[in-house]
Design a protein around this ligand. Structure first.
Ligand code: X2X
Length: 341
């Protein structure tokens, strides 16, 4: 007798739960839009494909993701990508810290010239307390961060001549991405920097409107930049841009707890794979990717320690200026993490 009301309550609760689950399921979209700057021929886009495939498989198709490379959801303007994710024009993305730095100034950290001397230094930041702090900032900016990936060390290329010293850059027109930090860096080096989206940059190389640019070697090869005159590469490793896997907050909240966990774990798994692909040919003995690039008729300059130091010295004022703009505390934390790597 006593149990009857309890049973009734349990039945009602179960019914309510079933109802709310199906209500949630009804809120699922038939397709989720993932923004990327480049497609699956690039390690970056490949990471998007791996993430989407894992999620589709692990959710039995409940979450179906379609890739939108070329930042096509914001008409190719990569500096507007973060705002579009926040507003829900984009459901999810794998984005470069550079492209989101106009909205989150601390993301300029990774663009401080010569902060990260090697891959272990990148890992010391993204996989440590600095990475956690950056994720807090992304979260506070209204977007859900899930995992790290990597675009890579951005090497200098140009159509004119081998560059071994800042003086070699004098007057060269260099395309840079959308953070004023890059304008400061190239101005300090005596070059003539010009800001341009990736979409606009490629025709500008082909027409000779700009002389040079900086991008990871995986971007160089997949975009075949040697065919648009970029026949000189300088391996200076001055900055590297990590990628961040994110989801729009409302989309995230519309998913069940179980599906959120699947999407998060898939981002972490895909991120690890993506980083391996991005580093391929560059971390092995003799850097085989550079040999391949030389075989395309490209001159690859490897700087001596002293030559590299001249670039470090020339950009030191930019580092100091931007250290305070990014936040001295965060940059101190990053410097310590790198020193202790
Ligand atoms: O625009 C670039 O240079 C690229 C493709 O590397 C980024 O999106 C940061």
């Amino acid at each position: 007798m006593k149990f009857k009301p309890l049973l009734g309550l349990l039945a009602a609760t179960a019914a309510a739960l079933t109802l709310s689950t199906s209500a949630v399921a009804q809120n699922y979209k038939s397709e989720y839009r993932m923004s990327l700057v480049v497609g699956t021929a690039f390690p970056w886009g490949k990471g998007g494909e791996i993430w989407a495939d894992m999620v589709r498989e692990r959710t039995d198709g409940r979450i179906d993701i379609k890739l939108y490379p070329g930042v096509s959801l914001v008409q190719g303007d990569q500096t507007r990508e973060f705002s579009a994710i926040r507003q829900g024009v984009i459901d999810m993305a794998i984005g470069s810290t550079i492209n989101w730095s106009p909205q989150i100034r601390q993301l300029n950290l990774f663009s401080l010239p010569f902060l990260m001397p090697d891959y272990a230094a990148i890992d010391a930041l993204t996989q440590g307390d600095v990475g956690k702090e950056i994720f807090n900032l992304v979260e506070r900016a209204g977007v859900v961060p899930l995992a790290w990936g990597e675009n890579g060390y951005r090497e200098l290329t140009n159509s004119r001549k081998p560059v071994r010293a800042p003086a070699d850059l004098a007057g060269l027109k260099i395309r840079v991405v959308g953070s004023p930090l890059f304008l400061d860096t190239f101005t300090a080096l005596g070059a003539n920097p010009t800001q341009m989206s990736w979409a606009d940059a490629q025709p500008a190389f082909a027409s000779g409107a700009v002389d040079g640019q900086e991008n990871p070697m995986s971007i160089f090869t997949a975009a075949k930049l040697h065919t648009v005159g970029q026949t000189n590469v300088t391996m200076w490793g001055y900055v590297a841009d990590p990628l961040i896997f994110v989801v729009n907050r409302d989309v995230w909240n519309s998913w069940t707890e179980e599906d959120r966990e699947i999407v998060r774990q898939a981002a972490i798994d895909a991120g690890k794979q993506q980083i391996e692909i991005a580093r391929k040919g560059l971390i092995e003995e003799g850097q085989p990717l550079l040999k391949e690039i030389e075989e395309m008729g490209v001159t690859v300059v490897k700087l001596t320690q002293e030559e590299r130091q001249a670039f470090v010295d020339a950009t030191k004022p930019v580092y100091d200026k931007w250290k305070s703009q990014i936040g001295t505390e965060l940059v101190d934390m990053a410097e310590k993490a790198i020193a202790n790597r």
